[in-house]
Write a protein that binds this ligand. Sequence first.
Ligand code: PYC
Length: 314
Amino acid sequence: MSQLPVQIIESHTGGEPTRVVVAGGPDLGSGTLAQRARRLRDEHAWLRGAVCREPRGHDAVVGALMCEPDEPDCACGVIFFNNMSTLNMCVHGTIGLAVTLAHLGKIHPGMHRIDTPVGVVLADLRSDGSVEVTNVASYRQATAVVVEVPGWGSVRGDVAWGGNWFFLIDGQGPPVAIAHLDALSQFARDVRRCLAEQGITGDDAAEIDHIEVFGPPADPAVADSRNFVLCPGNAYDRSPCGTGTSAKLACLHAADKLRSGQVWRQAGILDTVFHATFEPLADGKIIPRVSSRAWVNASSTYFFDPADPFRHGF
Ligand code: PYC
């Protein structure tokens, strides 16, 4: 277990924090990013405790361990994690990673390949500081799936992959507004538990660990929709969630409700907005492109005093 200081650069994307571990992280050896992500999850839980739990962190923090890429021509590799486990992919975190790399002088405006556990994504760092992420191929796996949720009744939604597994619910549950945060969190947690109990999964029996609830936008001139996204654990995404926006695009495409190239403006619960488009693939999947801005707002050094019982979080 590393007792070396860990160096972090922090940013937020539409209100959702990202902490990029730029030095002092564990040595995960070689292999694909997916293999190294499993090693991080199973053998180095201390890092997610130190970064995403109290007393340094909180459950909304997403960590990003910068690594050597496995795929050629990548600016870097990255493994995202939160207080519970590793994440397959994270778009807001990729935007945060891109501005962090620029802050460190490691990249300049232009297109950059980033290796992740679910494949290579592209980050286009523009000269105005915004970043467009070309995400992994996304698709709707099932539509109008009904899950029985005690207290809420029959809840209907779509199952889709956008780099993580999502259950997307439109127009059911509490109003999608910050005033209803507790009720939304409870609703989404109940839905997630019932999906697992009723055997409703993504492909290969993957747990659907993100729940996305949609409602009307505050201002239709600014956004097409507002969402609430429950992340693995109990935290909700402060941003509109880029993998969730990718899943939404896949569902809109499958339902023939959005054309290739048409811009979808997804607001999150704080009314920050991601702009997204897609390119259709021959097999019915899509390649989503999601853009937003992130701001670097802190740089920290974490110390690990062996006498501190909470050096790896609680
Ligand atoms: O932006 O993809 C995203 C994301 C996933 C979890 C939190 N944010």
